[in-house]
Design a protein around this ligand. Structure first.
Ligand code: HEM
Length: 322
């Protein structure tokens, strides 16, 4: 005899309670999505609103990143010397070689912007150890970030938006932004006090944000890191940009890579207990312990179609590592 199953009646109290619980679970998941999308708080800055601001200020360039839009992709290797393993259990810090893909870019949301001696340059890397967690990091060639929070990024972008009447940003808006953000005014002074290098190849790229390394016994250490160029430093000349070649920084990088592959040293700096870990506008004192954990080498250019360019992102939320 086949087993007989009885469907619970909808007048059955237990069934109604269970249905109500399922309904409540579905409603709370929908509520979470609505909260994240900002439906309950139209003035809260969500990712979507921030990205809208980037597009409002820079224009819409389909297929390009909303920031660091102008760039070229690279590939190379990271040769770890094993020194990083005392602070981090990440596979990339075990002795050995890990393939890396990455991207050099200019900060800013316009893919056709002209290169210039004070254009902020970036290096974004994705370390891809075999059968282990990938590590992504985005670094800039300035000593500190000009803004402390995503809200401040949003305000700064709006303050720098060109006025349609003049084609230039309204100086009064930037003045009031700086008055409300003294940390930005201080950070800009630090950025201007440090000479920019003449190119991508002889620039040093800094994490700016602080992170925590966790080692094999669970000890957590605040760190910042830099990719320090192996090329001799040469300051960029103010007249370096030429009207004829608005891509002169990229052209020089390509020419330099064609001569011989480039190298950088990954230097980790250890923070002390009072060093800020939530403020990229403030540098740590120069005397902090720092050490070399390995070399980024054999850096080559990668044609866009082969570079997984669109899959590489260095958004802050995915730059964590253990
Ligand atoms: C303060 C908040 C920040 C905001 C709102 C922000 C925003 C963005 C956005 C929208 C992109 C484009 C991402 C994409 O389309 O894939 C981007 C890329 C990038 N950001 Fe940030 N960023 C912030 C902080 C930082 C910091 C602290 C650094 C580190 C120095 C950094 C370095 C980079 C780099 C290197 C890229 C280019 C990635 C690539 O070439 O693939 N950003 N950022």
């Amino acid at each position: 005899m086949p087993t007989q199953y009885r469907l619970p009646s909808l007048t059955d109290r237990g069934a109604l309670v269970r249905l109500a619980m399922i309904g409540a679970a579905v409603a709370s998941v929908a509520g979470c999505f609505a909260y994240v999308a900002g439906w309950f708080s139209p003035h809260r800055l969500t990712q979507a609103r921030l990205i809208d601001t980037f597009e409002q200020v820079n224009g819409v360039y389909s297929g390009f990143r909303r920031n660091h839009a102008k760039g070229v992709c690279i590939a190379g290797y990271f040769e770890s010397n094993g020194q990083g393993a005392r602070l981090s259990k990440a596979v990339v810090f075990q002795p050995g070689r890990v393939p890396v893909i990455g991207r050099f870019a200019l900060a800013g949301g316009q893919p056709y912007m002209a290169d210039g001696p004070k254009a902020v340059r970036s290096m974004a890397l994705s370390f891809r150890p075999r059968d282990a967690e990938e590590w992504r990091t985005g670094m800039n060639d300035i000593p500190v970030l000009a803004v402390r929070t995503a809200e401040a990024v949003n305000e700064q972008l709006l303050a720098s938006k060109p006025d349609p009447a003049t084609g230039k940003p309204d100086p009064a808006k930037m003045k009031s932004f700086l008055a409300a953000h003294p940390e930005t005014a201080r950070a800009i002074q630090l950025i201007n006090a440090k000479p920019f290098s003449s190119g991508f190849a002889n620039a040093t790229y800094n994490s700016l944000d602080a992170f925590r390394f966790v080692n094999a016994v669970g000890a957590s250490t605040p760190v910042r890191w830099s990719m320090v160029t192996a090329e001799p430093f040469e300051p960029g000349a103010p007249d370096q940009a030429t009207a004829q070649d608005k891509n002169y920084l990229f052209a020089a990088l390509i020419a330099r890579i064609e001569q011989a592959p480039l190298r950088w040293h990954l230097i980790v700096t250890i923070g002390q207990p009072d060093d800020p870990t939530d403020d990229a506008t403030t540098p740590w004192p120069d005397n902090r312990e720092h050490f070399d954990v390995g070399t980024l080498g054999r850096v080559q250019l990668v044609p866009l179609r082969d570079s997984h360019d669109r899959s590489l992102s260095a958004l802050p939320a995915v730059r964590q590592m253990h």
